[in-house]
Design a protein around this ligand. Structure first.
Ligand code: CP
Length: 307
């Protein structure tokens, strides 16, 4: 049966664990999966820029033995003539077996899923959700820390517009024993709906601070984020806030030896390149884990569509 993934909450905790288990098996036995999607086609519809998400979806499909149809730029598609997302989804359903779509508008992926006859994966819709980045994040945390239980997770930077933060909180909050330190300027605080829906009903401990230095010693995981320039209404606010946090070796010295540092990338200034040499920096491992988790998700949704 056709099924789409728009929000990380579309996947149960058992399914998240299963996707991570499959990803681990793909990592250990890649040849076993080399023909899994033979004669299947993935359409990547990206109405907003991307490097990692689009290319990792495409690499994932190729490594599963499938093919890819790629729309990398809305300006070169019929969206520029006014074609709706709904019609685009209907049309692409005639050519491909599964869609990965990124769009600047919140809710666009849901519109596509409601109109496509094939599974749709949300590859980022405005400031709303980015579920496959969360799959990459979960696998990275599980591989580096062993489990999610008992972890203090610091989320730092643009917690207001950062869709990866919203999706990660929605996922991690379903595992026992997590607590959060929310590190942001006042204007970029986590939206209250995320707190009300994901954190407070489960009684998850959290604190809010503007000081990364104060938070550092308590953290098991530090998730840095870029200030989302493309979501600001005026440039002046962006320029004032863009360098609110810069993680550098001096701040890393305040962190635990077993801290892991994550970032969905792209980074701008918020992590100094000198931190890349620190063994606690995990953001490039996250990139690779994203490809394996996208392989795992494509396999699952195509298997379900065939059943
Ligand atoms: N992390 C992420 O979504 O990166 P891209 O914008 O390059 O896809």
């Amino acid at each position: 049966m056709k099924r789409s993934v728009i929000d990380i909450l579309d996947l149960s905790v058992d399914e998240l664990n299963g996707l991570m288990d499959t990803a681990e098996d793909i990592i250990a036995n890649p040849d076993d999966y080399a023909d899994s999607c033979r004669r299947k086609k993935l359409a990547t519809l990206f109405f907003e820029p991307s490097t990692r998400t689009r290319m990792s979806f495409e690499a994932a499909m190729y490594e599963l033995g499938g093919n890819v149809l790629s729309m990398t730029d809305a300006a070169s598609s019929s969206a520029s003539k006014g074609e709706s997302v709904a019609d685009t989804a209907r049309v692409i359903s005639c050519y491909a077996d599964i869609i990965a779509m990124r769009h600047p508008k919140e809710g666009a992926a849901l519109v596509a899923a409601n109109n496509a006859t094939i599974p749709v994966i949300n590859a980022g819709d405005g400031g709303h959700c980015h579920p496959t980045q969360t799959l990459a994040d979960l696998l990275t945390i599980r591989r580096e820390k062993g489990s999610f239980s008992g972890l203090t997770v610091g989320l730092c930077g643009d917690l207001k517009f950062g869709r990866t933060v919203h999706s990660l909180i929605n996922a991690l909050s379903r595992y026992d024993g997590v607590r959060y330190v929310l590190i942001s300027p006042e204007e970029l605080k986590l939206p209250s709906y995320v707190k009300e829906e994901a954190i407070k009903p489960r009684g998850i401990p959290y604190e809010q601070t503007e000081s990364l230095e104060d938070a550092m010693p308590s953290l098991d995981v530090l998730y840095m984020t870029r200030v989302q320039k493309e979501r600001f209404f005026n440039e002046e606010d962006y320029l004032r806030l863009k360098d609110s946090y810069i993680l550098d070796p001096a701040k890393m010295a305040l962190g635990r030896q077993d801290l892991i540092v994550m970032h969905p990338l792209p980074r701008v200034n918020e992590i100094s390149v000198a931190v890349d040499r620190d063994p606690r920096a995990c953001y490039f491992k996250q990139v690779l884990n994203g490809k394996y988790m996208r392989m795992s998700l494509i396999l699952k949704l195509l298997e379900e569509a065939a059943s």
